[in-house]
Design a protein around this ligand. Structure first.
Ligand SMILES: Cc1cc2nc3c(=O)[nH]c(=O)nc-3n(C[C@H](O)[C@H](O)[C@H](O)COP(=O)(O)OP(=O)(O)OC[C@H]3O[C@@H](n4cnc5c(N)ncnc54)[C@H](O)[C@@H]3O)c2cc1C
Length: 471
């Protein structure tokens, strides 16, 4: 029987472990933290009884993937719950825009820009199942659905500023800016639309669901299934070197590229070591979890129904804020993402006090305190918010990395989404998972398809390893 050690129990580490274990490999997962899950952990960060997602909150790209179809996490306790509005975007004066599951309903709310919204997202939503087959894997391959992928590709190639010219109203332009900002890229950069187009389409196709009982339920379900296949997970074990792992047939590293260079050490071929050392990280995030009496009093009515609220004002304001963080400067008015998971999963709240999660985009490694700027942005669109805060838990960009070493400098997506790294990550290779040392693979979000708690990087890496094991 073959054996494997997986270093790191994030969703990709667990997905790799599960895929290997289901193929009959004896698997041990070792995790540095005291709890499993990496970016899918949840805890009572502010007040007893209030459940906060520590990292990942919304899972549009986890609902229907080759991994989710292969492994029935639902049978092991994972249940998706949807808010009424998938994401919203408040503007000054109580105005704003909302993305609903239905493209038509969203388009209706966008008035003069409804038709243009439909023309960008209608076709992609109808065909997203096929499109994801091609983009949830390394980019360089013979596409299964070339025409559909090309339509997705043409929209994605554009800088976000350029794609946004399809809309003329502040509402539609801001609605797109809010989702495009997930890329953490300047809006003038090629391919800065790609993540916005994918997440915007996913909102209509799958919604932006939360996991019942917190994102920790994702890790718990994967672990339960892994154990059912005979796998084991150990926490509190930080791996510094391959030598600590014995001589398993397969080693999967759910770590950032430079950490992989350290762990593999001298055995790593020089060209791979150089490529991984050159790997670029993006800006950071500064997160504040709030306990809020009665919820956030958004002036924009639909934002009171939205799981995710993108805060930062107009398209132009968000473009300016993203440009600043990418230049290494803290904007006065940062882009802030607010999560209201409790709207879909009310058991996370208690006695009318609700958990609200918020993070601001900040420069990489930012050591300052962004709390005041973050709160001011929410207060701007929800007057009276500050008076309702009864608890806070703050995690700076630097503390993010202490919480999880994969978030280098607070980069929670484990790698800049620049054009080269969107196509080739972590290095240019047809099969980017093997590290050039027999049996050793990288499987973190630094590998395709990139960030998100969907497990697809781990699944793809495990398939690569299994292919070589039997070859
Ligand atoms: C604030 C925030 C919000 C986010 N929002 C979303 C969202 O809404 N939706 C979404 O899909 N994604 C979101 N993400 C991103 C998502 O959480 C990550 O992309 C995902 O968790 C990456 O999974 P992973 O398995 O590659 O790595 P991680 O989840 O980072 O896990 C890596 C694990 O490896 C462990 N580890 C690292 N080095 C070692 C070592 N040397 N020895 C042993 N263990 C080690 C770490 O402790 C960690 O547990 C968010 C992240 C953050 C921080």
């Amino acid at each position: 029987m073959s054996d494997a050690v997986v270093v790191g129990s994030g969703p990709n580490g667990l997905a790799a472990a599960l895929t290997l274990a289901a193929a009959g490999v004896q698997v041990r997962v070792v995790e540095a933290a005291d709890s499993i899950g990496g970016g899918t952990r949840s805890s009572e960060l502010t007040l007893p009884g209030l459940l906060h997602d520590e990292c990942s909150g919304f899972h549009p790209l986890a609902v229907d993937t080759p991994f989710s179809r292969r492994f029935d996490l639902g049978a092991h306790g994972l249940e998706w719950l949807w808010p009424q509005v998938q994401y919203s975007h408040p503007l000054d004066g109580g105005r704003g825009a909302a993305a609903w599951r239905s493209v038509a309903q969203t388009a209706d709310g966008l008035g003069a820009d409804g038709r243009a919204w439909q023309s960008v997202f209608g076709y992609l939503t109808d065909n997203f199942g096929d499109i994801t087959e091609d983009f949830l894997r390394p980019m360089v391959h013979v596409p299964a659905h070339p025409v559909k992928l090309a339509r997705f590709g043409v929209l994605s190639l554009a800088p976000a500023d350029l794609l946004a010219r399809r809309w003329s109203t502040p509402q539609a332009r801001a609605l797109f800016a809010g989702v495009a900002a997930h890329a953490l890229r300047p809006f003038t950069s090629p391919l800065s639309s790609a993540i916005g187009v994918a997440l915007g389409t996913a909102a209509h196709r799958y919604g932006w669901p939360v996991a019942k009982g917190g994102s920790q339920s994702i890790a718990a379900a994967m672990t339960a299934l892994l154990e059912a296949h005979g796998g084991k997970v150990e926490t509190g074990v930080r791996v510094e070197s391959l030598a600590e792992l014995g001589a398993p047939d397969i080693v999967m590293l759910d770590v950032a590229p430079r950490a992989a260079v350290k762990i593999v050490g001298d055995r790593l071929p020089g060209r791979i070591a150089r490529a991984l050392t050159r790997y670029r990280h993006g800006p950071g995030v500064f997160k504040v979890d709030f306990a809020v009496a009665g919820g956030v009093p958004w002036a924009h009515a639909e934002s009171r129904l939205a799981g995710t609220v993108h805060v930062g004002g107009t398209h132009e304001e968000i473009a300016a804020a993203e440009a600043e963080v990418n230049r290494g400067r803290m904007p006065q008015r940062p882009y802030v993402l607010v999560g209201q998971q409790y709207l879909a999963d009310p058991d996370r709240a208690r006695d009318g006090v609700v958990p609200v999660y918020a993070y601001a985009h900040v420069p990489a490694g930012y050591t300052g305190d962004a709390s005041a700027a973050l709160e001011a942005q929410i207060e701007r669109f929800a007057p009276g918010f500050r008076d309702r805060i009864v608890g806070r838990y703050v995690r700076s960009a630097v503390a993010m990395e202490a919480h999880n070493p994969n978030y280098v400098g607070g980069d929670v997506v484990t790698g800049a989404n620049d054009p080269l790294q969107l196509i080739f990550r972590p290095r240019a290779a047809l099969d980017p998972y093997p590290l050039g040392v027999p049996g050793v693979y990288l499987c973190s979000a630094a590998t395709p398809p990139g960030a998100g708690a969907h497990g697809m990087s781990g699944y793809n890496a495990a398939k690569s390893a299994l292919g070589r094991l039997t070859a």
